[in-house]
Each structure stands twice: as C-alpha cells, then as structure tokens.
Ligand binder design. Structure first.
Ligand SMILES: [Zn+2]
Length: 200
C-alpha cells in the first residue's frame, strides 16, 4: 500500500520487500488453504519456494471489529497438520517445562514475545488500524511464559526468520519429516481461477 514510505526489511522465508504485498492470487490461494474466504490480509510475510503464501499477516482488528492477536497466521495446510501432529504428541508441554527450568531460554522467549508485539504494531500501523487496547501486551501462542500453540510460534519463525523465536525454530526443525522450506508441498489446484473454468 505505502511501499515507498516502508522501511521494513522483511526476513521471513521466501519474501522480499517487493513480494510482501498480497496479490489477488495470494488471497485466492490463502482462501483455498484455509477453506474459507480470507479477508483483512495486510502482508504475506512468508512464502513457499513456489511463491504461494505460507503465512498471512492480518490486522489486529478484523473488519467486523473482532480483536485478532495472532498477526502471523499459519495458513499452509501441510505445515499446520505437521504442527498439529507435534501438538498431539504433547511437544508444547515439554517446551513449557523448559521455559520454567532454563532462564536463558526464558529470556529468549520473552524477547520473542516483544518482537511479536512490535511486529504486530508495525502491521497495525501499516494497515491503518486504530490501536486495539483489548489485546495490548498479549501476543500469541502462550508467549512469554508458556507454549500453547505451535502454529503461532511457527508462524512467527516463518515470518521473521530463525533466531528470534526459539520454539518456532524448534518446531520448524521438528516438522522436517513432513515439510521443509526448500521443497514445495503445495496443491496446484489452489491457484485455479474459478472464473477461467480451468478447475480440474
Ligand atoms: Zn509451493
């Protein structure tokens, strides 16, 4: 929207300053990935090697007025399913225990929490959204004391790069058997244009 005034240097997977803005194709792919019409997307902070979105950055208040703390929303179904498998195995309990027992890790996770809030504030301003007091100081995924949602911490890592969120990074390493950033696992039909009648 305001690319000229934008000084933000993206570090998310597969993106550059030129590919942050969502295109109509991105919105279509995201809607197919999530199985519902997607709205209020401000940026595509992480992309597959094929160019498809991995994560949607959403304004912290949706058009219908609902506060929305999860600014980095993990959309790619292969990745979300992989994270769900790890959650089913209880990985987040193990992670939460390690926050409690490892002060260095706890400090890194606290810094990740602050980064998340700063990124959300940047997205809020970029989207022209008024402040959202309902979620002030509240990030996502259980940060900074607990790990409740691997999708949230992994969405964060994919959107800001590794080295910021230790549990997003760990989740990314742990899903390697199902998804890696180097390889496209997209469904080609996500890009089909219904208006062109080329759906298989
Ligand atoms: Zn792909």
């Amino acid at each position: 929207m305001t690319q000229n005034s934008q000084e933000h240097e993206p570090h998310g997977f597969g993106v550059s300053a030129e590919t942050l803005a969502p295109t109509p194709l991105d919105v279509r792919v995201l809607s197919r990935q999530l199985g519902r019409p997607v709205r209020d997307v401000v940026e595509i902070p992480a992309r597959c090697v094929c160019g498809n979105p991995l994560v949607a950055a959403t304004a912290p208040r949706l058009a219908n007025g609902t506060p929305f703390p999860t600014v980095f929303y993990l959309a790619h179904p292969v990745i979300t399913q992989a994270a769900s498998r790890l959650e089913a195995a209880g990985l987040m309990y193990e992670m939460t225990d390690s926050v409690a027992s490892d002060p260095e890790l706890a400090a890194a996770y606290e810094a990740a929490h602050r980064n998340y809030l700063a990124e959300r504030e940047r997205i809020r301003v970029a989207s022209g959204t008024d402040p959202v007091p309902e979620i002030e100081g509240i990030s996502a995924g259980g940060m900074p004391e607990r790990v409740k949602c691997l999708h949230a911490v992994l969405g964060h890592t994919l959107s800001v790069g590794t080295g910021i969120n230790p549990f997003g990074d760990q989740t990314l390493r742990s899903i390697r058997q199902w998804w890696t950033p180097e390889q496209c696992a997209c469904d080609p039909s996500w890009r089909d244009d219904p208006a062109a009648g080329n759906q298989s």
